[in-house]
Design a protein around this ligand. Sequence first.
Ligand SMILES: [Mg+2]
Length: 215
Amino acid sequence: MSRYRTVLWDLDGTIADTLPLIRDSLRHAAVQVLGAAPPEDVLVRNIFMPLADQMRAFDAERVDDLCAAYLEWNHAVSRERLGAHDGMVDLVRDLAAAGVAQGIASSKSRRGVALALEILGLEDVFGAVVTPDEVEAHKPDPAPLLRALELMGRGQDGACYVGDALTDVAAARAAGVDAISVVWGFYDAEALAGAEPDAVAHTAADLRTILGLAA
Ligand SMILES: [Mg+2]
């Protein structure tokens, strides 16, 4: 049993421990294509946007080259560098075993999400995977979350969205589902609390309790 019938997930920084990999991939692409990377704060400033939008901010004339350089390097090193945040694979599997329908709403490309789920051994769990390849509008717009619910044949009742970003809270609110924040991703607890999510999880065990899943 769980408090929620439907759990929608952000992937990067929530289930998958990918933020260092994403930062290094951005730096690699900028150095390879533009000859130099911007300072760290500029490098990751748009990290929650789809990749092409992040690259447009680096150099609007070289978006395709930047994306290609990013994806080639990122996918080449993913098998050795991509892992899950502590306790998250077990939590997802236990929710599935408890009969909770789960979906992904991510700003990562469809191919990138598929690769990550394969590496984490979670490719058989999710009833919907929504990426920028499926919807035009992106978080904080509710469209990815609503599309995931539609694909799963579920309504907003008894549904939540779990994510590490402020835009995840906003997307959940706009979609009419509960917003649950995790503090092991991009933002710290204070920043997330300021967005006033319905709950904040500090560990996977915390999240298990928030979701109402028996220990
Ligand atoms: Mg995230």
